[in-house]
Ligand binder design. Sequence first.
Ligand code: SF4
Length: 284
Amino acid sequence: MEGRIHSLETFAAGIDGPGCRYVVFLKGCNMRCRFCHNPDTWALEGGDTYTPEVLFERAYRYKNYWTRRDKVKGDVLNGGITVSGGEPLLQIEFVTEFFKLAKEKGIHTALDTSANPFTREEPFFSKFNELMKYTDLIMLDIKNIDPVGHKQLTGCENDNILDCARYMDELGKEMWIRHVLVSPDEARKDDLSFSDRDEQLNALADFVKTLKHVSKIEVLPYHTLGISKWENLGIPYALENIDPPTRERIDNANRILNEAMGRNIAEAADDRTAKGGSSDGRSC
Ligand code: SF4
């Protein structure tokens, strides 16, 4: 078995999970998010191929970065491996084998997913349950809670994505919810595809309140760093002239979403610092 890899990041601190992480970006995604900063991951073809064994051997060379020295407890494992994309669930068997090798060594595993392929139907559902045996943390991107806005923003439905969150909660799996914040300009203020609207943020907060195993919510401010990739691929950029959200709107989203977890902004900021997360982290 071989996986198709877009790129590897050997030392990611504070972005892709707790502690220092070795991050694997896989090829392939069926969504077409207007803000995607990695459109070069969309095609399943291309990239480099690795077997799970070779990839793990390569990752494991960096294991010393995954520990932190504690005066009382000695060396504490607080980092690990993250698989992102693209959409990693499109190569679910490969990720399962890769995570299995990590868990044999006691390494923390995190899956950064938009859950677009999720379904409770077979054969996917059994494969997903197998993957969950070796996954410690799911970082689930909810791009837009509004079904119409989600379809406009990504080209795909969100009902199965929300169902994935509910299922993870049933399993008692630790989840981080991530939300890319895109603010509309004046001309597009009624466009539901923009995720920075108070009614959508409140609806997302209400949804998160129904989940018991969300340990963190991250607001990921939209940025324009990926535009050149769209240009290089010859794809018209869908968010032309849209600026990153203001500090005020980022704080507003953090306040609404963290209050859903019974925390204020200061507690959320402390949590980000302690866990090595960042409100300025990337979207997949
Ligand atoms: S942002 Fe993530 S889910 Fe959306 S198109 Fe890009 S790779 Fe796919």
